[in-house]
Design a protein around this ligand. Sequence first.
Ligand code: SF4
Length: 293
Amino acid sequence: MKYALADDTAARKRLFLGLITATSLLVISGLALLWIVPSIGLANIHAALPYVAGMVTVALMVVVLWAWLSLVLHIMLKRPVLLSRKLRGVTIKFMLPLMSLLGMLLGISKEKVRNSFIKVNNELVMQDWQRHPPHRVLLLLPHCLQASDCPHRLTYDVNNCERCGRCPICSLLELAEASGVRLAIATGGTIARRIVVQTRPTLIIAVACERDLASGIQDAYPIPVYGVLNERPCGPCLDTRVDLEAVRAVLAQVIQPAGPADAGDVAGQAPAHTPALTPAHTPVQAPPQSRSA
Ligand code: SF4
């Protein structure tokens, strides 16, 4: 037993030493390249290298410029322009971390940067004007919406909720049933990812704090995520609340009217069954048109 423990400690030490050595070597190599390449000149390495480096730099500049311009035009004109829908990925994956970094340098809190990102993301999602069959819309909720003293376990089956009305889960379940969307509760990013893989939604309406929404929007890309911020009267992650009218308004705007439109299901397949979700519902009445979220 004593020897096994010593072996385990030694293995962990070896792993740590291996990783720290590799990381340090990579950083040192990168720094050395940053110093050596401009010193000896690209042309001295190969005659074509300055042109290759120039072309790569210009291509990257064009992509960034294009992503920025299309995003600004998309927001101003309230419709996709210059392939802005395709370039949403560049903004989501690369610009947000850089924006957070810049915000930090400028003394702007991460929360503020994330908040503005979520707002813009929501506008872009709404401006797509694409409606979705109810069963392809996933209403993804954080575990902290459930009353902290509730004894029922909802993560694996939301129908365990007794609907006592002490927390917003009850009203959200009713909302999901009335609109025919699927509802799931996630305790963290890993479970949220699993739910998304299982349900294959074409749109996610996620309720969470700024941090979880920003990372969720990034993780779920290219699936569009509309973020609804939760309210935290008891502090973070405890007995949080959500503006039900905001959720209702988003659902009204994104759900496809019932009827023949159901045939427009992107994958043309029945929804995957997962016990953590509300059962697949029969699409109900068409929601009211175009209410602002
Ligand atoms: S509404 Fe459901 S989840 Fe909320 S406290 Fe009551 S039983 Fe628990």
